[in-house]
Design a protein around this ligand. Structure first.
Ligand code: AMP
Ligand code: ZN
Length: 442
């Protein structure tokens, strides 16, 4: 089944043909770590995790790089507000991010580079751009010269006046052209900084990804992905830097972008304040329910976030796990209906519809696992409870079930019924089957 992906560069679906037949190279822009990420930030992680899983099924070697941006003015501001060091803040939030993404069933990438470890490479890349006539130093800054690249703007397809309007946010006297963008900027004594040929300073955001992708994937690679808002300026500028520094016609062959997660029709974002962090949602819903919601729309379409949507996703998973419960389920390959849907530009809604049609528990599990669902033991799934739930612990429930078993054995049915009813009053439902008694919180 050949894979077809929508390439933002061509605005078309294209057959996926890797640059090297045996080794696929994928880069996804990761978060800026100054706080917990919101569930919109998790959308690219989950969508491109489905892609990573698919590529791993088909190619002998896949290298997936997802960076962590740990240099940023927001980080410096937040660390100062919290009265902690930048390192303490970024270590803590990067760890929370990795743990939360793991709970959404996202596989860890092969490499998760942190920008601060690559400043030397960024400086070298900037020097290369200067030497090749694509960048210039001015006033402690280094700027990329947009007019030095005749086909700048190919990814976003923005006309020049819009490019300038976009760049106008930082009109500065040291810019030769209003569209030029920052590769390096000076730091004050109080700000984080690194030594450089242009004085103590710090890198701009875009150069980070050019340096980290080149370090781990090479000067050109297969797929570069992220959210729609990264097309311009971030990805446009990454392309300008990498192509101008290395002299290739492409940086990445395929550019993939996910649509926004919205809330009441508006993009979820930190700045609008209309967000839920993944961390807080994981107290209320199992990770797989959040993941299923994120995959319920095609990754390029907008997706509206609601609590009802999460509850419906949890109910679907309860049903699917119910089919697996008490059964010995063998490993089988991904059912063709699911694989076919995913091969068509990661059509997860169609894959989910196909999973609904799978009656055989082994096929159901294999189909769901292709999109990172049904990863848990069904009994563990049904033991899940939201944070702060009162009521008996797992051990207390198991003990009550054992006591009920003993009462039944002694034919004391009054006592065994009393135990069952007492559990029910505490929100624990028992189900007697051929393999003994199972239970769930509900
Ligand atoms: P940021 O930390 O803002 O750079 O975002 C990290 C990733 O999340 C980027 O790939 C963004 O494009 C993506 N992203 C941010 N907000 C949303 C949203 N509301 N819906 C989908 N993706 C988003
Ligand atoms: Zn990036």
């Amino acid at each position: 089944m050949s894979l077809v992906v929508y390439n933002t560069l061509s605005r078309e679906k294209e057959p996926f043909v890797p640059l090297q037949p045996e080794h696929v190279r994928l880069y996804v822009c990761g978060p800026t770590v100054y706080d917990y990420v919101h569930i919109g930030n998790a959308r690219p992680v989950v969508a491109f995790d489905v892609l990573y899983r698919l590529l791993k099924r088909r190619y002998p070697r896949v290298t997936y790089v997802r960076n962590i941006t740990d240099i940023d003015d927001k980080i410096m501001t937040r660390a100062a507000e919290n009265g902690e060091t930048i390192d303490a803040l970024t270590n803590r939030t990067a760890q929370a991010y990795q743990s939360d993404m793991g709970r959404l069933g996202a596989l860890p990438p092969d490499v998760e580079p942190r920008a601060t470890a690559y400043v030397g490479r960024m400086v070298a890349l900037i020097e290369r751009l200067i030497n090749r006539g694509h960048a210039y130093a001015a006033d402690g800054h280094v700027l990329f010269s947009v007019p030095s690249m005749p086909d700048y703007g190919r990814l976003s397809r923005k006309p020049r006046d819009e490019l300038i309007a976009g760049a106008r946010v930082e009109v500065a006297p040291y810019k030769k052209d209003p569209a030029d963008f920052v590769l390096w900027k000076p730091s004050t004594e109080a700000q984080a900084g690194w030594p450089s040929p242009w004085g103590r300073g710090r890198p701009g955001w875009h150069i980070e990804c050019s340096a980290m992708s080149a370090a781990h994937l090479g000067e050109t690679f297969d797929i570069h992905a992220g959210g729609l808002d990264l097309i311009f300026p971030h990805h446009e500028n990454e392309i300008a830097q990498s192509r101008s520094a290395f002299g290739h016609a492409i940086m990445a062959k395929y550019w993939m972008h996910n649509g926004f997660l919205n809330i009441s029709g508006e993009k979820m974002s930190k700045s609008l304040g209309n967000f839920f962090t993944v961390h807080e949602l994981l107290d209320q819903y199992p990770g797989e329910a959040i993941r299923l919601l994120l995959l319920s729309a095609h990754y390029r379409q907008p997706l509206d976030f609601t609590h009802e949507g999460l509850q419906a996703a949890k109910a679907t998973l309860d049903r699917w796990y119910g089919h697996l419960r008490g059964k010995t389920v063998g490993d089988v390959s991904v059912p063709p209906t699911v694989e076919e849907a995913l091969s068509d530009d990661l059509n997860t809604p169609q894959a989910i519809a196909a999973i609904h049609q799978l009656d055989d528990p082994a096929e159901l599990r294999a189909g769901a696992r292709a999109i990172g669902l049904l990863q848990h033991d069904p009994e563990a799934w049904f033991r899940w409870a939201p944070a702060g739930t009162s009521g008996p612990s797992d051990a207390e429930i198991e003990a009550a079930i054992a006591a009920r078993q003993a009462a039944r054995k002694a034919k004391d049915f009054k006592e065994s019924d009393r135990i069952r009813d007492a559990l029910k009053a505490q929100g624990v439902l028992l189900e007697d089957g051929p393999k003994g008694t199972s239970w769930k919180r509900g």
